[in-house]
Structure formats: C-alpha cells, structure tokens
Design a protein. Structure first.
Length: 261
C-alpha cells in the first residue's frame, strides 16, 4: 500500500484503511509490551479488524476505531535523525518535521550472497547471533545495518540490512543470521572497520531510528566467537568520539567463519 501511486493495486481509500489497520496493530503491540495491567488496545478490539482484512477490496463501511493511518516509514540519513529527535522533543512529540513521502521506504532484509572464491584469498562470513540490551523487549521491528568503512567513513562494500530479528528474550534480541562480507579480506584497506548499527522503529516519532552501534576492526577478524561493545548513537564511522552505550556490560555477539581457497 506504500508503493508509488501508479504501481499500486489499491485505491487511495483502501490505502487509508490499510494504514489505519497498521496503526491498530502498533497500538496492540504497544499494549502487549506495556507493564500496566489496563491494556489500551484489547484482543477483542483487534478481532474487529478481521472482517475488514478479509474484505479489504470491497470494504466500504466506517472504520471501527478513530485512528490516523500510519504514514510512510522514514529512514533518515546520518545526522538527520538527531536533529529531528531534538526538534520533536522541543515540540512535545509532534508529528515530525518534513513530509513523510520525502523518505523512501527501505524494507530490512537486503543480504547478499557470498562472493566467488579466489585462489589465496579469504572470504568472511559473520553470523550475527544476538545483541544484549536492557530494554530488548521494547524494540519494534529491530534489525541491523552492516557496512564496511575506511578511516574516512567511506563505504568499501555495499551496505546490507538483516531481516527483522527472529525473537526477543529477556535482555537479548536474537538474529542468528549470516552476513557475507562483499570483499576479500586481503583487499580491505588498512584501518577499515565493519560496522553494525542496531535500528528499531519508533511509533510515536514515525521513523526508524539507530539505537546504538558496534564495530570490528581488521585485527579482530579471526575464526570463532567474538563479543564487541555497544556505543551511543550517532554512528561515528571515523571512530573519533566513541561513547559506550551504558556502564553495564552489553555486547553484540558474533561468530566468524573464514573461507580460504
């Protein structure tokens, strides 16, 4: 429903209805994650949406809840998010600056296959196992963006997004997904680093936000498990002003496999 108008199969009215259903699902998700006993959006409420979903192409009655459709999700450029969050905090959580349509939707899950092997060259597979966060259960649609940057923060390989996390449990968000490094290890420039940005969706602010990041330097590339520390956003690709996310020992858990021809 968020596709461009000319290639969408839905009418504007149907798009609005789908957007309202999305809002109800987020309200239900928030209610389930709330510690208060009184749920704002109950299971009985959610069941009222079933006939609408089943008859989405012919549904023409009034929507049962007074909600606004979820606007197009926005993924912000580095630096843009902090400006917007600051702006919104001042406005007591306004609807957000800028037009939602000015940000293209990017669906998490853009993993690339392993490169062909070359004699004498090493390929690296990084399995992202889990990330430790004190509020792991509160994160909506969490995923990790993986990039390889040189000392100036310039991309050395295509950026990859993991699919949304497989599960949340206690203080961990579990991914269990393999990332194939899109360059032979020997071809990476001196001082390069592999970055992992943990992102999640903020319903109140209507955009996908970076919560924290971690990185791995070239001397840390070795087979087996590794845990790396989490740092506060914004992501510092030049690694100049690093601040740990918290004093608590929270880490990103990875497992590396090296493939050599």
């Amino acid at each position: 429903a968020q596709a461009q108008h000319n290639n969408s199969e839905f009418t504007e009215e149907q798009k609005k209805t789908i957007g309202k259903i999305a809002t109800c699902l987020e309200l239900r998700s928030a209610a389930l994650q709330s510690t208060q006993s009184q749920e704002e959006f109950k299971l009985e409420d959610l069941k009222k949406l079933e006939p609408i979903l089943k008859n989405i192409l012919t549904y023409n009655k009034e929507f049962p809840f007074d909600v606004q459709p979820v606007p197009l999700r926005r993924i912000l450029a580095p630096g843009e998010e902090e400006h917007l969050e600051f702006e919104e905090d001042e406005e007591e959580g306004g609807a957000g600056a800028g037009s939602p349509d000015s940000f293209p939707a990017r669906v998490p899950g853009t993993l690339l296959p392993r490169l062909p092997s070359e004699p004498g060259m090493t390929l690296l597979t990084i399995r992202i196992e889990k990330i430790g966060l004190k509020d792991a259960g509160q994160c909506i649609d969490p995923y990790i963006t993986v990039s390889v940057k040189d000392l100036n923060g310039i991309d050395l390989t295509p950026v990859q997004d993991t699919p949304v996390a497989s599960r949340k449990e206690d203080t961990y968000v579990h991914f269990n997904v393999d990332i194939e490094l899109q360059k032979h290890v020997e071809k990476l420039t001196k001082g390069a680093a592999i970055f992992f940005e943990f992102k999640h969706y903020k319903p109140k602010k209507r955009f996908t936000s970076t919560k924290c990041f971690a990185f791995m330097e070239m001397d840390e590339i070795k087979p087996g498990p590794i845990v790396i520390e989490l740092y506060k956003k914004p992501t510092d690709f030049k690694r100049k002003k690093l601040q740990l996310l918290t004093k608590k020992p929270l880490y990103l858990h990875l497992h590396q496999t090296l493939h050599k021809e």
